[in-house]
Design a protein around this ligand. Structure first.
Ligand code: NDP
Length: 240
């Protein structure tokens, strides 16, 4: 099983940004896609636009039962699962001294537990069939830490480590880390600190568009069985 048009791909965080762009990119390549997020209206509109090879279900990645039901529904709809793209993420940046414990918890819940819930939902199925591919969207923040981003970067370092651990433990399951640089999406629109929100707006002047990340994900999926793209880092030329 090699061709992308034969693959059944699950994508989380498909209601906006990089997730939505990846749905469009992989749909154009002929994959069958099962897409999830909390905003059902956006998923429904995207699936209706792209046709019957795209199906959707509401998903909260922080809820293990919701993720299991999502994977079950994908199998029921398409007859199997070949790839999981763990893309959902949140980034409410703030300085540590602001003690925004609820925001720290939300980042850890979505960015780390969400990825683990996804792995738990597909790994037994991949082991049973002897192959599979997990693509985890980390960040350049999995390689560097910036002020106000300590917790966010901590979650992305964790995603990097979890993906690498998965790769080492399973010979027949491909594991890919996708590490985007600054990309123009809705990420960080919920930053509650006005100064940090303004700094992000400035930083975004140099953004990639999300299709650049979608193409990197497509590249990893397109490789023949036996070729595991371990990590792709994609930055705009003008930013670190
Ligand atoms: P967006 O905010 O546009 O997309 C985030 C997606 O995550 C949305 O579809 C949102 O859907 C979904 N999501 C959030 N919480 C949950 C949840 N509990 N359950 C299910 N889905 C959830 O941002 P991006 O497209 O930029 O983010 C995608 C990934 O890329 C993230 O992991 C992010 O950390 C990473 N990234 C982004 C960069 C950037 O500069 N934009 C740079 C580096 C990494 P909904 O609200 O409908 O649930």
């Amino acid at each position: 099983m090699t061709g992308i048009s034969e693959k059944i791909v699950l994508i989380t965080g498909a209601s906006s940004g990089i997730g939505e762009a990846t749905v469009r990119e992989l749909a154009a390549a002929g994959a069958r896609l099962f897409i999830g997020a909390r905003r059902a209206d956006r998923l429904k509109a995207l699936a209706e636009e792209l046709g019957e090879r795209v199906a959707w279900r509401e998903l909260d990645v922080t809820d293990a039962a919701s993720f299991e039901a999502f994977a079950d529904a994908a199998e029921a709809r398409f007859g199997g699962i070949d790839v999981l793209v763990n893309n959902a993420g949140v980034m409410p940046l703030s300085p540590l001294a602001a003690l925004k414990r609820d925001e720290w918890k939300r980042m850890i819940d979505v960015n780390i537990h969400g990825v683990l819930n996804g792995i738990a939902a597909v790994l037994p199925r991949f082991i049973a069939k002897g192959n599979g591919h997990v693509v985890n969207v980390a960040s350049v923040g999995a390689h560097l830490v910036l002020p106000t981003a300590a917790v966010y970067c901590g979650t992305k370092y964790a995603v990097w480590a979890i993906t690498e651990g998965l790769r080492q433990e399973h010979e027949n399951i491909r594991s890919t880390i996708i590490s985007p640089g600054v990309t123009a999406t809705e990420l960080g629109d919920d930053i509650s600190d006005p100064q940090v929100a303004a700094a992000l707006k400035d930083w975004r002047q140099k953004s990639l568009t999300p299709d650049a990340i979608a193409r990197a994900i497509r590249y990893a999926l397109e490789q023949p069985d036996g070729v595991d793209v371990n990590e792709i880092i994609v930055r705009p030329t003008a930013a670190n």
